[in-house]
Design a protein around this ligand. Structure first.
Ligand SMILES: Cc1ncc(COP(=O)(O)O)c(C=O)c1O
Length: 343
């Protein structure tokens, strides 16, 4: 079975498992886990921020950022198809107790005029706009890259209004691999960035938040409150550090495989697919409109490929370190056969 449901389905490699087994550990709630501390120092430096905090998941990282930047009753501007709005079980309403203001976009870059209009005036009866979030790469739009020019323009607007800027960078590494822009350059305009190790990098668990020392001190308190204080977490932090140091370069391969897969699908002319949208390791395409996603996914499974659902009407294929070129090609032909079987 070729599993393209997500880049989170990867298994740790043999070398990663060896590194995990040997990792020096301590009690991270006391700040005494050398492997966690090494990872945090490395990530902070890589992203050019003062400090970093290892967190169990990307969702926890995003939600802690919202809680630190906002007060209850504030408003957070997010892109309408963002992970924070779509897939985080309304956590902003429960944890930070904020309201989300969604702005639609074509590929993840919220139009500046719409952003400016969305910022609340300082009337007592309006919520306070406290935070703007940008997702890079953008998952539901198909792994699209948000440009540094756009980010800089949003940062200028946000900071002019005294609004903080957070990056959901679960796949920021893919944006870097696709553009050649460094993690530090991408992180620079943001007040906080969440990055993940458990997606394209192939580590089993974990994300990190980066920001100022003060931001990370507040984030540490929220992590504990949410039950995210892990003890000998160095076992998994060591895998994350290994993934950062050894699996970042190879993300380009995932991008090439995604493109190859997309080209074969596009050439078949049996599905609707925008090739310009295939910028990193995700391919989204329209499956035949007369059937349900479940029926389409079943047909693909019968041909040996697992896919996930994207926006309504769209299927999603995600490329990762267990999919080589041959399997990417095999998967594309299998999906074409599945579509034919349904016509
Ligand atoms: C863009 C984005 N942000 C956040 C997350 C959440 O990460 P996690 O599954 O580690 O909570 C994901 C997960 O796929 C994601 O795609």
């Amino acid at each position: 079975m070729i599993d393209l449901r997500s880049d989170t389905v990867t298994q740790p490699t043999e070398e990663m498992r060896r590194v995990m087994a040997r990792a020096p550990v301590g009690d991270d709630v006391f700040g005494e886990d050398p492997s966690v501390n090494a990872l945090q120092d490395y990530v902070a430096e890589l992203l050019g921020k003062e400090a970093a905090l290892f967190v169990p998941s990307g969702v926890m990282g995003n939600q802690i950022a919202l809680a630190v930047h906002c007060r209850p009753g504030d408003e957070v501007i997010v892109e309408a198809a963002s992970h924070i709005f779509t897939y985080e079980t309304a956590a902003p309403a429960v944890i930070a107790r904020v309201q989300l203001h969604c702005i639609p976009s074509a590929r993840g870059e919220m139009p500046l005029e719409a952003l400016e209009r969305a910022i609340r005036l300082p009337e007592y009866y309006f919520p306070r706009t406290a935070l703007i979030c940008i997702e890079n790469t953008h998952n539901r739009h198909g792994g699209t890259v948000v440009s540094l020019e756009h980010i800089s323009a949003v940062a200028a607007l946000a900071h002019r209004h005294g609004i903080a800027l957070h990056c959901d960078g679960a796949r920021l590494w893919n944006a870097c691999a696709a553009t050649g822009i460094s993690p530090q350059q991408y992180a620079e305009p943001f007040d906080s960035v969440m990055v993940s190790f458990s997606k394209g990098l192939g580590a089993p668990v974990g994300s990190a938040l980066v920001g100022s020392r003060e931001f990370i001190a507040a984030a540490r308190k929220w992590r504990k409150l949410l039950g995210g204080g892990m003890r000998q977490a160095g076992i998994v932090a060591a895998a994350a550090l290994y993934a950062l140091q050894h699996h970042r370069e190879r993300l380009q391969e995932d991008h090439e495989h995604a493109r190859l897969f997309a080209q074969i699908l596009a050439e078949s002319a049996l599905v609707e697919l925008e090739l310009e949208r295939v910028q990193t390791n995700i391919v989204v395409f329209r499956y035949p409109a007369h059937i349900s996603f479940a029926a389409f996914a079943d047909a693909c499974r019968r041909e040996g490929v697992l896919l996930s659902q994207g926006m309504p009407g769209y299927a999603r294929a995600v490329f990762h370190l267990h999919i080589d070129r041959a399997r990417a090609i095999q998967a594309a032909h299998a999906v074409v056969r599945a579509v034919r079987s349904l016509l």
